[in-house]
Design a protein around this ligand. Structure first.
Ligand SMILES: C[S@@+](CC[C@H](N)C(=O)[O-])C[C@H]1O[C@@H](n2cnc3c(N)ncnc32)[C@H](O)[C@@H]1O
Length: 226
């Protein structure tokens, strides 16, 4: 897939600023429960650390496909991949319907810390869940973790204030500039329900995380994280 968007992600900076992200996954991986022989999609797989651990659990009899829109992350993930059951592809996941994966042939779909980016545009919020649903076999499972309502509320407030006062943007334009969508549990439950998912668990967890040290190269700290 051709990708013409600027790539703001860098594997090294991600490790410095947000290395905690793939580590806080015990619960979501428990829900996913990757078993030998299963076919699993990882939506927004980043540099592939988690994808690799999922792929090793499905063993050579299974298959894992990691998709991400960042050429930098995809290059890192492909370079470090040594597993025959793991494939990594560059793909904008707001457009999953353009990929042959919406063929109902996957046992499970997974996403960690990526959907608050993927669902940023309102039009994606209606198409995305249907695409994932169509990618799954009947009875398939979708397990994900993402930022929820109120996430980084202080940061959002500070950005909005800076953009309206210093940047001279309207309040609406400042809110629009946010790179993330943090939905409520009720919103998510309905979005899943609307396309036919039977929602077993949808919950919000308070998970404070400490910012790392800022570094001169722009990695780490709040700069690197945002
Ligand atoms: C915080 S990282 C999480 C990466 C990985 N899942 C992990 O747990 O380490 C967010 C990821 O979402 C990806 N992403 C954002 N928008 C995307 C889109 N439209 N399509 C595919 N991936 C996207 C980014 O490229 C980035 O790799």
């Amino acid at each position: 897939m051709a990708n013409t968007k600027a790539d703001h992600w860098s594997s090294e900076k991600y490790q410095n600023a947000a290395g905690f992200v793939p580590q806080l996954t015990t619960k979501v991986l428990e829900y996913l429960s990757p078993q030998p022989g299963k076919r699993i999609l990882d939506i927004g797989c980043g540099d592939g650390q988690l994808t690799t651990s999922i792929a090793s659990r499905v063993t050579e009899t299974g298959q894992v496909l990691g998709l991400d829109a960042s050429p930098s992350f995809i290059a890192t993930a492909q370079k470090s991949n040594t597993l025959s059951q793991l494939n990594i592809e560059l793909q904008d996941c707001t457009k999953l319907d353009q990929h042959e994966l919406t063929n109902g042939d996957w046992d499970k779909a997974f996403s960690n810390a990526a959907m608050h980016w993927i669902l940023r545009a309102p039009e994606t919020r209606t198409s995305f869940f249907g695409d994932v649903y169509r990618a799954l076999k009947p009875g398939g499972r979708f397990v994900f973790e993402m930022g929820g309502k109120g996430n980084c509320a202080e940061l959002h407030t500070a950005f909005t204030a800076a953009l309206t006062t210093v940047g001279d943007l309207s309040l609406e334009a400042a809110r629009e500039a946010s790179p993330w969508f943090f939905p409520s549990v009720d919103w998510m439950r309905k979005a899943l329900d609307d396309v036919g998912f039977d929602v077993l668990v949808c919950e919000s967890e308070y998970r404070p995380t400490k910012s790392t040290e800022s570094r001169a190269d722009g990695s780490g700290g709040l700069d690197g994280w945002v």
